[in-house]
Design a protein around this ligand. Structure first.
Ligand SMILES: [Zn+2]
Length: 434
């Protein structure tokens, strides 16, 4: 069902976009019923309109593991991925893509106000194991002709000082990571005697994903690195990037490739735009098409004009509902606490925090130099109280407490598995280290 891939300049109004969506939707609905899961849902009548389609949930992906969502012959698949649920017994959530899916996802990823070119060196600092995000950056880098540094994450073989050295010596110009990583690199660079705002002149942009990124934290990351822009990409392993940042700095949903709807789980209603749960229907996906797939995120999505001129809906992500906790009867989201922490004045130098919904109180701890501790605690207490109106405790701890110094300094041992040793060597040097 390969459809032609159009650039954003291909349509000129929301009406044209809608017409294109409708046309693609018919084919997408028909294609989805090739998968056993949707064939069963379609029943005898087969063809549907989207209005008849119930929500597809992560639980549906799990219950049809491994290939209940497969809509092409298995031989056509190019990659297989999994995410595992949090808490309790891990239940695999499978995802699979064809080569055609990859071409489309790479094309989507490369829509960017700071495009990748063959002159770029792209550092990929996301876990390569099982999930797809690292591979999306990697494949996109290769497609753009860039030099890709596959640094991985959650690995012992590329500790932070190694990354910072590569960023400088290999003249890394683009990075692909969580926003949190950009903060850790800055702390590592400083510990190593470098100034992140001056000593990395090749850096052009940080592509980030995997965590909600509010305007205050985004501005702080950019400021730490001397004004390097942070371009946030929002997406999921099941679908790829669903949005990207425009030249005016606004997040837009790729509504020509994926049809978004806003769902209200209370009323069961679906609307084209508004605030609520983001539900996505894939218009191009071949291997594992998804109809009304619940991304489990609260977003604001509107078809309204943006100074950039893109006729694509604007998106604001409020965060994963799973990351919310109730404190004193109020919903408190990790994203909002984080955003509040980064509203502290930059002079305090606060990069790392942790929080806990402790029953009736919100407990937040920040790393801060002793000279700023009293002021930072008082300011953050006031900001959090204003934001949430719940009893709040703010504690300050020395730098190196929340993100340990041995992580920033890379002093944890990272030996390769070994079985044969020379004279005088210690053969208790683990065969395999955890
Ligand atoms: Zn825009």
């Amino acid at each position: 069902m390969r459809n032609e891939l159009h650039p954003i300049s291909h349509w000129h109004s929301f009406d044209e976009l809608r017409a294109a969506q409708e046309k693609l939707l018919d084919a997408a609905l028909r294609h989805a019923t090739r998968a056993p899961f949707y064939a069963e849902r379609a029943g005898e009548s087969g063809l549907w309109s989207l209005d008849d389609v119930p929500l597809t949930t992560k639980d549906d992906l799990r219950s049809t593991y491994p290939f209940g969502m497969l809509a092409v012959p298995k031989a056509e698949l190019a990659t297989y991925h999994e995410t595992s649920g949090t808490g309790g017994a891990p239940v695999p959530t499978p995802t699979y893509y064809t080569a055609g899916d990859w071409a489309e996802m790479v094309d989507r990823f490369l829509r960017n106000p700071i495009p990748m070119t063959s002159d770029d060196t792209l550092l990929v600092r996301i876990s390569y194991a099982l999930v797809m995000a690292a591979h999306l950056g990697h494949q996109s880098g290769l497609a753009a002709g860039a030099t890709v540094v596959a640094a991985d994450a959650r690995t012992l073989t590329s500790p932070y000082p190694t990354l910072v050295r590569i960023m400088r010596d290999a003249e890394v110009s683009l990075t692909w990571s969580t926003p949190f990583e950009c903060l850790v690199w800055a702390a590592t660079a400083r510990l190593g005697g470098h100034r992140p705002e001056r000593d990395f002149p090749a850096l052009r942009a940080f592509y980030t994903a995997g965590e909600p990124l509010g305007p205050a934290r985004r501005a702080r990351i950019s400021e730490l690195w001397g004004g390097v822009p942070v371009l946030d990409v929002y997406g999921s392993t099941e679908i790829g990037s669903v949005s990207g940042t425009c030249p005016a700095g606004t997040l837009h949903f790729w509504a020509d490739r994926l049809l978004p709807e806003i769902h209200d789980p209370e009323t069961g209603e679906y609307t084209r735009e508004g605030t609520g749960r983001l539900v996505v229907t894939t218009l191009y996906q071949e291997g594992m098409p998804l109809l009304r797939y619940d991304l489990e995120d609260i977003v604001e999505l509107y078809y309204r004009d943006c100074p950039c001129g893109w006729k694509l809906p604007t998106l604001r992500v409020h965060g994963r509902i799973l990351h919310d906790y109730v404190v004193a009867d109020r919903q408190v989201s990790a994203a909002e606490v984080e955003e509040t922490v980064f509203r502290l004045p930059a002079d305090y130098g606060v990069l790392f925090w942790r929080g806990q919904a402790a029953g009736d109180r919100l407990r937040v701890q920040i790393e801060v130099e002793p000279a700023h501790a009293t002021a930072a605690a008082a300011d953050l207490h006031a900001l959090l109280t204003r934001a949430f109106d719940v009893p709040t405790d703010v504690e300050t701890v020395d730098p190196g407490t929340i993100v340990p110094l041995d992580v920033l300094k890379g002093t944890r041992r990272t030996a390769k598995p070994r079985r044969f040793f020379g004279p005088g060597e210690d053969w208790d040097d683990a065969v395999i280290q955890a």
